[in-house]
Design a protein around this ligand. Structure first.
Ligand code: ATP
Length: 249
């Protein structure tokens, strides 16, 4: 379909023990932020891997307007190379794409500053806290200025305060750089906070059971979580989830 960053059409994924996903249809417009919520094991990460082009579906069609170099994925674990400095880690995708080394380092330092990591350019990953390592991973994902940013439970291992701070930082960066974002989470409130559109999946094999639109600006104003509209939207998502949990594996 023209104008879309990526889409899944009648997509199904089977593994050896049977169907794990689908059929699923999902279309992503440029710059939109979509959250994917669903019970554990329903195929959220599988859907993300399809959108990233890391895996092919068993049946159905995946289209991707964003090429490999225009797609970034951030996983729950920061996946930084332990022997490299923060700046070298962030510069890695640029280096692999053939960007001259000094330009790569400058852009990495700029990306680190954008995620609040000014001054830690030369630190090794082991010297960073969990939140800082996740920020460095985000900087590495954004340094290539992707058109499609795929986030697989990026805050799951972090404490609540760090999660909330990072959520605001990701939204600020999304507002500035305008990639299409797919954000996978188990957490209903986090989904409603992050996304303009929450896509709810059933238990395995995951299908889309409903979508809920979220009002408000991309960068959420203070107190957004306590508004009646936010509570109602979260309730709607929770009801969709609760009605479609099926047999828990
Ligand atoms: N490479 C694989 N081979 C076989 N089975 C797999 C493979 N990858 C995932 N699965 C299975 O497919 C199902 C969907 O996995 P997936 O990781 O996509 O779910 P998820 O919704 O992201 O789960 P969680 O929320 O727990 O991270 C699970 O039952 C999982 O065990």
């Amino acid at each position: 379909m023209p104008g879309l960053i990526a889409s899944l059409s009648a997509v199904e994924v089977d593994y050896a023990r049977g169907r794990v996903l689908g059929p699923v249809d999902l279309a992503l417009a440029p710059g939109e932020i979509v959250a994917l919520v669903g019970p554990s094991g329903c195929g959220k990460s599988t859907a993300l891997r399809l959108l990233a082009g890391l895996e092919a579906p068993t049946r159905g069609t995946v289209t991707r307007a964003a090429g490999k170099g225009e797609t970034s994925v951030v996983f729950q674990a920061p996946t930084l190379a332990p022997w490299m400095s923060a700046a070298a880690n962030v510069a890695l995708p640029l280096e692999l794409a053939g960007t001259p080394r000094t330009e790569g380092r400058d852009r990495a330092i700029e990306a680190l500053a954008k995620v609040g990591l000014k001054g830690v350019e030369n630190a090794r990953p082991a010297q960073l806290s969990g939140g800082m390592a996740m920020r460095a991973s985000l900087a590495r994902a954004l340094v290539t200025r992707p058109r499609l940013l795929l986030l697989d439970e990026p805050f799951a291992a972090l404490d609540e305060i760090t999660r909330r701070a990072l959520a605001d930082d990701v939204l600020a960066l999304a507002a500035e750089l305008a990639p299409a974002v797919v954000f996978v989470t188990h957490n209903v409130e986090e989904a409603v906070y992050m996304a303009r559109r929450v896509v709810v999946m059933s238990a395995s094999p995951g299908r889309i059971v409903g979508e809920v639109a979220v009002e408000g600006p991309v960068v959420r104003p203070p107190g957004f979580r306590t508004t009646a509209a936010f509570r109602e939207t979260a309730e709607q998502v929770s009801r969709l989830l609760a009605g479609n949990l099926g047999a828990v594996a």
